[in-house]
Design a protein around this ligand. Structure first.
Ligand code: SF4
Ligand code: SF4
Length: 220
């Protein structure tokens, strides 16, 4: 999921300066899981905007705001609310806000779309409802088959591909001693799998051209 954290209210109000009638759009996907943009957080934002003197016209929480069909579907039949709105505030990731802007573009509506969250990375839940961490940087050329299923690009502070830097102490990373050294984890895992010979394979520098932005995927 895309991890999100709420922007400070002062920053949100600054973005909404000059816009009085606001619609708040949440996201029942990742932002709900992060407790930043589900229905409860949209309710909280509506109250905060009300306290700040804004007039909230409407609130809506598509199933997944980054899916154009969900976002457009949630807007259909609400032409009156849309025409009464000066600006939309999206409590979703940067992708959700841009898809919302695209939905308005496709409807022929020039709508200011502001964002109330900061996107902090593609994270995966490791403790349900409590903790998500980055597991993969979507490099486009996965090496998990050779590293015991542990990603050195993401979990090593230096993204080393050919073994440890030598600075680890007691299995902890020299960059952040609170974290395990990724290559110590990879070594332990390969040893348990009887695949330590994989450590002898030299890996060429990665072709980061495969992750040129913006990346695209032709679906189907
Ligand atoms: S090597 Fe790491 S960053 Fe690249 S695709 Fe695999 S898990 Fe993701
Ligand atoms: S100590 Fe381990 S995880 Fe940290 S930078 Fe060195 S090799 Fe990478």
């Amino acid at each position: 999921m895309i991890g999100t954290a709420r922007k400070p209210m002062e920053e949100i109000l600054e973005a909404l300066d000059g816009y009085e009638r606001i619609t708040v759009m949440g996201c029942n996907g990742c932002a709900k899981a992060c407790k930043t943009g589900g229905e409860a957080e949209v309710d909280d934002m509506v109250k905060a905007l009300d306290r700040a003197g804004k007039s909230v016209v409407w609130q809506v929480t598509p199933e997944r705001t980054c899916y154009i069909q969900h976002t457009k579907g949630s807007l259909q039949g609400h032409e009156q609310e849309i025409s009464s709105t000066d600006a939309f505030l999206v409590l979703g990731c940067g992708g959700a806000a841009q898809v919302a802007r695209q939905a308005f573009d496709e409807m022929g509506v020039i709508m200011p779309v502001k964002i109330g969250l900061n996107s902090v990375g593609h994270l995966d839940t490791v403790i349900a409802g409590k903790l998500a961490i980055e597991q993969c940087q979507e490099c486009g050329d996965c090496v998990l088959n050779e590293t015991g299923g542990i990603c050195p690009i993401t979990k090593c502070a230096k993204s080393l591909l050919n073994g440890p830097c030598g600075g680890a102490q007691d299995g902890k990373c020299e960059v952040d001693p609170a974290r395990d050294c990724a290559w110590a984890l990879i070594y332990d895992r390969l040893k348990a799998l009887g695949e330590l010979d994989k450590l002898k394979i030299y890996r060429e520098p990665k072709d980061y051209g495969k992750s040129n932005k913006p990346r695209t995927l032709v679906i189907g």
